[in-house]
Design a protein around this ligand. Structure first.
Ligand SMILES: [Zn+2]
Length: 307
C-alpha cells in the first residue's frame, strides 16, 4: 500500500513538473511554424526538428503531388508559416506559383533543388523539367535532407546544434538503408530485375540500385496512359517473360489492370506484385507512414515478387 502510494506520488510530481515546463510561454513557445508538402519532405523535417517546431504536412496518404491543388486550409497554413519546405523540381506542379510568390515574404525551400543538376535526369518529353522523384536514390535524398537542416539552423540559430546532430544521425540511417536496398535488389535474378509501375517514379531508384524501370505514364501523372502505351507494355512483358507488375498507392490502378488483362489474353500470366508507395507515404502510425518504412516496404514487395 505504502509503496503504491509512493509510486503514484512520484508520478504526479513528474507529471506536474513536465506539465509546467511545456505550458510556459505563448501557444507555440516561439517555435517555428512549418509547412511541408509531401509526406517524404515532412518526414525529413520531423527527423531533424523533432518537436522543436510546429509541423503541418499538406499531403496525406494516397495523395498525388503532381495533381494536388492548395485547399483554403493550406493557403491559411502557408500564410501563417515561418518556413515552407517542398520537394521542388516541378513535383508539386500546381503549387509552384504560390511558393515562388511567397519566397519574397518568408523562407521557402525547395529541398530537391539542392541536388547538383548534373545528377538529375531530364527525360525526353518532359518539356525540360527534371525527374522530381529524387527520394528513391537515398544518396540524392541525403543532400535534400541536408538542405532541410541547413535552412532550419539558419532560421533558428538557438537550436542549430540540435538540428545538425539530428541531421547527422539521419544521414547515417539513410547510408545504412542505401546499403540494405542494394543487398536486397541483388537477390533478384539479373534477368528478372525489371520494375514495371503505373508511372515513372522509380527511375532514380533503378539507376542507383541496378534495376530496369518501366512506367506506363511518364514522370508526371498529368498525362494519362493511352492504349498505345498499354499495348507496348503488354508486348514488352510478354517478350521478356516478366512475372509481376506493381500498383502505386497514389495512382489509380486501372491502367496496370489493363496491362495484366492484356498479357493474359496473349497467354502470358502476370500478377500484380503488390502496392508500392511512390509519391505518398502510408498511413500515420504504420511502418509505411515513415520514409524509412516506406522504402523498406517497397523493396521487400519488389524482391518478394520478382525473385
Ligand atoms: Zn510521381
Amino acid at each position: 500500500m505504502n509503496r503504491l502510494f509512493v509510486i503514484v506520488a512520484v508520478g504526479l510530481i513528474l507529471a506536474v513538473g513536465f506539465g509546467c515546463g511545456s505550458n510556459e510561454g505563448p501557444v507555440n513557445d516561439g517555435r517555428l511554424s512549418i509547412v511541408a508538402t509531401t509526406g517524404m519532405v515532412g518526414d525529413a523535417v520531423k527527423e531533424i526538428a523533432g518537436d522543436r517546431v510546429d509541423l503541418t504536412v499538406m499531403m496525406g496518404p494516397g495523395v498525388d503531388p503532381h495533381l494536388y491543388k492548395a485547399t483554403k486550409g493550406d493557403v491559411d497554413a502557408i500564410n501563417d508559416a515561418d518556413m515552407i519546405f517542398y520537394n521542388g523540381l516541378y513535383l508539386e506542379a500546381k503549387l509552384t506559383d504560390i511558393f515562388e510568390k511567397m519566397s519574397g515574404q518568408k523562407t521557402v525551400v525547395a529541398i530537391g533543388e539542392a541536388i547538383d543538376s548534373s545528377l538529375l535526369r531530364f527525360p525526353a518529353g518532359a518539356e525540360g523539367h527534371p525527374d522530381p522523384h529524387v527520394w528513391f536514390d537515398l544518396t540524392l535524398w541525403q543532400t535534400a535532407v541536408g538542405k532541410v537542416a541547413e535552412a532550419l539552423a539558419e532560421q533558428d540559430a538557438a537550436n542549430a546544434e540540435y538540428y545538425r546532430a539530428n541531421a547527422q544521425a539521419y544521414f547515417d540511417t539513410l547510408s545504412a538503408l542505401d546499403e540494405w536496398v542494394q543487398e536486397q535488389i541483388n537477390r533478384i535474378p539479373e534477368q528478372q530485375r525489371v520494375l514495371v509501375t503505373a508511372h515513372d517514379a522509380f527511375e532514380y531508384f533503378g539507376r542507383q540500385y541496378g534495376i530496369e524501370v518501366r512506367g506506363l505514364q511518364g514522370i508526371s501523372t498529368v498525362t494519362e496512359a493511352g492504349l498505345q502505351d498499354i499495348t507496348a507494355m503488354v508486348d514488352f512483358l510478354t517478350d521478356q517473360k516478366i512475372k509481376a507488375v506493381f500498383v502505386e498507392s497514389s495512382v489509380p490502378r486501372k491502367t496496370i489492370e489493363a496491362v495484366v488483362e492484356g498479357c493474359r489474353s496473349r497467354g502470358h500470366e502476370v500478377v500484380v506484385g503488390g502496392e508500392l508507395f511512390s509519391d505518398a507515404m502510408g498511413e500515420g502510425g504504420t511502418p509505411e507512414g515513415t520514409f524509412v518504412g516506406m522504402v523498406r516496404h517497397n523493396v521487400n514487395t519488389i524482391v518478394e515478387s520478382l525473385r
